[in-house]
Write a protein that binds this ligand. Structure first.
Ligand SMILES: Cc1cc2nc3c(=O)[nH]c(=O)nc-3n(C[C@H](O)[C@H](O)[C@H](O)COP(=O)(O)O)c2cc1C
Ligand code: SF4
Length: 649
């Protein structure tokens, strides 16, 4: 009776695209004045790219459920009218789209938040107000009214957000639900809120309307649901009329990474399998599915009926069509950095993508054919140069890229050896392929000087950075992070790291890798982080001390959604961190410092300098990336500057 979303399982990428759901992402455009038009363009590109079903970012069915002070709400006829452009654009592109209804409960960052019980979340300064029984009925009606409005707006359905620790999960778990009425206590009472929402949404919106329920396949918090209880919830929402069961992993307050680089590809599909065993409606696997082969393997194993790709769809809008064509080298792979997507939420910027800066800028960053093709030299084959050369060539320019080193990639070649950053190697391969297809003349092992650059109409300087050497007596005894990461130097047992920016953290993780990193295997990851058990003990091979001059908090330059994972990993391996340090000298015993007015020796047989970079600029021209500004390595800015310059040339 409900719409069919997929065809029978087959073994090639030819079937995978029909099973790809684009996972929900709040882009930050939802509450902007030009947001609807920009979202329409954003989703239409992904529908054109072959996604079988798209889920919008979360919209609240009422005012209390808003995530932040900005209104991302879907509760009025005017909201439905404003949204019309979105489903229309997606349908015109041949796709289908459902609106996600997300009530934040105690996770909202404003004063009006509500929850089943007045219990504050550890990640929110605000305490929620306890809902009365009458208000609970009203919230359920708000969901069903929003679903009716979504149908009127032209959406194919709704997704009811019941995972990640938002309101519905707060009703389900004893951690957050201390009620003694019919909405609390035994599981059959706690599940009533979820199943009533699905039931009333189905009743209001009719049998043809797609009702996706996003269930928490794993809560990963104390007082969350056990596996058997989650299966009970799955059965309840399926019986209430859900078309599809999508999955989410972990509450936001969980201290186990769920989408960061530390998570193995497809690392939670095993939890989806448990749900598939419990219900007969199709089940969707989610999180860190970033390549077609990972998605395919999940389907072939029978862990799920569909796969959800969220960030992978930011990185490449045409993922599904490319997979369908078997054109794996043409897929721009998400590197799970979170820098331009999830981290943007916390700094109030619209979501985009490091490796695809056009994401979220579909109406602004436009690559029209060049009116007059030019001869362009791009000097430097790191992220900035790759991005610029690829886009410029695709616009029709005649592009030559000079790279001094023997291979393309620049700083990505260092990054790809760091735990969790192996996908950076995918990016280099992808851009190299794109240059080839775009007809870029690539000159590796070739330094470009005045002679080589003669005759070019435009010169792009993307020469990157040189590591900075701080003026510390005895610094010649220290080694650069570059030599450690490229394997020229083997660190001893006692290591001091001078500098605690992103690279300092990366180097520390790299040194600990063989002993402490969760390998890229879901079972080892689960053991490492203590999923269903206590975490495996760390056995660090190095005693590491990290030092920095400033008094700012440790790792304050790291991303909001990933920094805590790195800090937890280093803490677990006994890495010491000292801030407010004055360097006196480095000698054979280690680093002599003054800290808190006291002189100290940090014993070290290897001292590694990660004290920033300086721009490398041997030639003049359009400066982009590290050559323009080198304070902190910034791939996001580098790739964006490369793309923006290419659009202007
Ligand atoms: C920028 C961003 C915004 C997100 N917003 C939502 C949201 O509004 N609702 C939701 O259910 N999940 C949201 N998510 C989580 C994704 O749906 C998905 O679970 C997560 O990114 C892991 O899947 P992936 O590895 O395919 O990206 C968001 C993720 C990102 C990166
Ligand atoms: S910014 Fe990073 S994590 Fe986000 S979609 Fe792009 S590559 Fe993936």
């Amino acid at each position: 009776m409900y719409p069919r979303l997929f065809t029978p399982l087959d073994l090639g990428f030819a079937v995978l695209p029909n099973r790809i759901l684009m996972g929900s992402m709040h882009t930050g455009l939802e509450s902007r004045p030009d947001g609807m038009a920009r979202l329409a363009a954003f989703y239409a590109e992904r529908a054109k790219g072959g996604a079988a079903l798209i889920v919008t970012g979360g919209f609240s069915p009422n005012a209390e459920g808003n995530l932040g002070p900005h209104r991302a709400e879907f509760s009025t006829a005017q909201d439905a009218e404003n949204h019309r452009v979105i489903p229309r654009a997606v349908h015109d592109a041949g796709g289908r789209i459902v609106l996600q209804l997300l009530h934040s409960g105690r996770y909202g960052f404003h004063e009006q938040i509500v929850a089943p019980s007045a219990i504050k979340s550890p990640i929110n300064p605000h305490t929620p107000r306890e809902l009365t029984a009458r208000e609970i009925e009203q919230v359920i009606d708000d969901f069903s009214r929003a679903a009716t409005l979504a149908r009127e707006a032209g959406y194919d359905g709704v997704e009811i957000m019941g995972s990640e620790g938002y309101l519905i999960t707060q009703f389900l778990a004893t951690r957050t639900n201390h009620r003694t009425d019919e909405w609390g206590g035994a599981l059959e009472n706690r599940v009533r809120f979820a199943s009533e929402i699905v039931r009333r949404v189905r009743a209001a919106a009719g049998p043809q309307f797609i009702v996706v329920y996003r269930i928490s396949a794993l809560d990963l918090v104390e007082g969350g649901l056990e596996a058997a209880e989650i299966q009970t919830v799955a059965r309840a929402v399926a019986d209430a009329g859900a078309t599809l069961l999508n999955t989410g992993i972990g509450w936001h307050e969980a201290r186990i990474p769920t989408i960061a680089q530390a998570v193995p590809r497809g690392g939670f599909a095993w939890a989806t399998r448990r749900l598939k065993e419990a219900v007969s409606i199709p089940v969707v696997a989610s999180n860190r599915i970033n390549t077609p082969e990972v998605g395919e393997a999940i389907l072939v194993r029978g862990d799920a009926d569909m796969v959800s790709l969220a960030r992978a769809m930011l990185a490449d809008a045409d993922f599904a069509n490319k997979a369908k064509a078997g054109d794996r080298p043409a897929i721009n792979i998400c590197i799970a950095c979170n820098q331009a997507c999830l981290d943007h939420y916390f700094i109030g910027q619209p979501a985009s993508c490091v490796v695809n800066p056009r994401a979220g800028r579909e109406t602004k960053l436009v690559f029209n054919p060049a009116p007059k093709p030019k001869r362009i030299a791009v000097v430097g084959g790191g992220p900035a140069g790759l991005s610029c050369a690829a886009h410029a060539a695709e616009r029709g320019h005649e592009v030559t890229l000079f790279e001094k080193a023997a291979e393309l990639g620049g700083q990505f070649n260092l990054a790809k050896v760091i735990p969790g950053k192996h996908d950076f190697g995918e990016s280099i391969a992808y851009f190299a392929e794109r240059l080839k297809r775009g007809g870029v003349r690539v000159m590796v092992g070739k330094e470009a000087g005045a002679r080589e650059l003669a005759g070019y109409e435009e010169i792009v300087v993307a020469t990157g950075v040189d590591p900075r050497t701080p003026p510390i007596p005895g610094i010649e005894r220290a080694v650069s992070y570059v030599d450690v990461l490229n394997g020229k130097v083997q660190a001893g047992r006692n290591v001091a790291i001078v500098g605690m920016g992103g690279i300092g953290f990366d180097v520390a993780l790299y040194l600990l890798e063989r002993d402490s990193r969760a390998p890229y295997d879901p079972a080892a990851f689960a053991a490492h982080w203590g999923i269903g058990n206590t975490p495996a003990p760390a056995k660090p091979r190095h005693q590491i001390t990290m030092l920095k001059r400033s008094h700012t908090p440790f790792g304050h330059t790291l991303g909001r959604t990933t920094g805590w994972v790195h800090r937890a990993e280093l803490a677990r391996n006994g890495v010491r961190m000292l801030k407010g340090v004055e360097y006196r000298r480095i000698d054979e015993r280690g680093v002599h410092i003054t800290v808190d007015g006291k002189e100290r020796l940090v014993e070290a047989d290897t001292v590694i300098v990660c004290a920033g970079q300086t721009p490398r600029r041997q030639v003049s021209g359009h400066l982009i990336g590290g050559a323009k500004e080198a304070s902190e390595l910034d791939t996001k800015r580098a790739m964006l500057e490369g793309a923006e310059l290419a659009a202007r040339l």
